[in-house]
Design a protein around this ligand. Structure first.
Ligand SMILES: Nc1nc2c(ncn2[C@@H]2O[C@H](COP(=O)(O)OP(=O)(O)OP(=O)(O)O)[C@@H](O)[C@H]2O)c(=O)[nH]1
Ligand SMILES: [Mg+2]
Length: 254
């Protein structure tokens, strides 16, 4: 959904001024304002993503003052694939058939070079049986700490394979983040691999996820069919530009 001052709403051109008689021949190429609007569609913005840094421990993560969105979920849920699909880059985040592929917190910067305005965080998945118990517990602590203490965290996307539903560890994560969601942290349950579901199954899974999401939202997504991609890009934009939108909206009133 487009909000005020979102890239999509920027595309809605203002009523154009009455055409004046042109004295000089028109130059070829797009009008500057159209070129500008094109550069800031949610998908265009997502495409600016580039690797920022990686960290195995929380204290290795740089403190940032731009909004950050975390992609979390069980191993193999499709977090890295989702980031690659959103950013339209094949190998920005490492996706793999082998669960447990992502083992560090990987940050990706968004926005024009030198003008980072948001960060995506790809987190290692949990619940992969082959990981030694000690490592599992260590990781669960790191992640819980990250989700509770990361100051610039603006939103959490919990990716979930609807064929498996919410696992016990997903429920634990929901409990961990509940206080922050109640305080207004943005939250989305993203049902991945929707291409594996019939339409009826998708509708049912979505209504269950909406209930489980508490104060958050739920959406269907398929990297394979490119379902829900633009919608998600728009939501990411809205989450990370809320204050700018509010200020701009306020500017219209005296
Ligand atoms: N059919 C289908 N397969 C998908 C989709 N998204 C991801 N996959 C597959 O699911 C597997 C796991 O994807 P990843 O993106 O590596 O999952 P992850 O959540 O990052 O996994 P970890 O890094 O282990 O936590 C890969 O084989 C992907 O090709 C989708 O939308 N549809
Ligand atoms: Mg991954």
């Amino acid at each position: 959904m487009a909000t005020k001052n979102s890239p999509a709403s920027a595309l809605k051109a203002k009523p154009s001024a009455p055409a004046k008689t042109r004295k000089t021949p028109a130059k070829a190429g797009p009008l500057p304002e159209i070129a500008e609007a094109k550069a800031i569609t949610p998908m265009g913005w997502m495409h600016t993503a580039r690797f920022l840094t990686t960290a195995a421990e929380l204290f290795h993560l740089p403190a940032l003052d731009v909004p950050e969105i975390a992609f979390v979920g069980r191993s193999n849920a499709g977090k890295s694939t989702c980031i690659n699909t959103l950013t339209q880059q094949k190998q920005l985040a490492f996706a793999s058939k082998k669960p447990g592929r992502t083992q560090h917190i990987n940050l990706f910067a968004l926005g024009k070079q030198g003008l980072t305005d948001a960060v995506l965080a790809d987190l290692p998945g949990y619940g992969y049986a082959a990981v030694p118990k000690q490592d599992k517990l260590r990781w669960q602590k790191v992640m819980a700490n990250y989700l509770v203490t990361r100051e610039n965290l603006k939103g959490i996307v919990l990716l979930c394979d609807p064929r498996l539903g919410m696992t016990e560890l997903d429920e634990v994560l929901l409990e961990v983040i509940r206080p922050r969601v109640e305080e207004g942290l943005n939250f989305l349950v993203l049902l991945t691999k929707a291409d594996k579901l019939t339409r009826a199954e998708g509708t049912k899974a979505l209504s269950i996820a909406k209930l489980q999401a508490g104060g958050g939202q739920a959406k269907l997504f398929s990297a394979l069919k490119k379902q829900g991609v633009e919608d998600l890009a728009q939501l990411m934009w809205d989450w990370t530009h809320e204050e700018a939108d509010t200020h701009a909206a306020g500017d219209t009133h005296d």
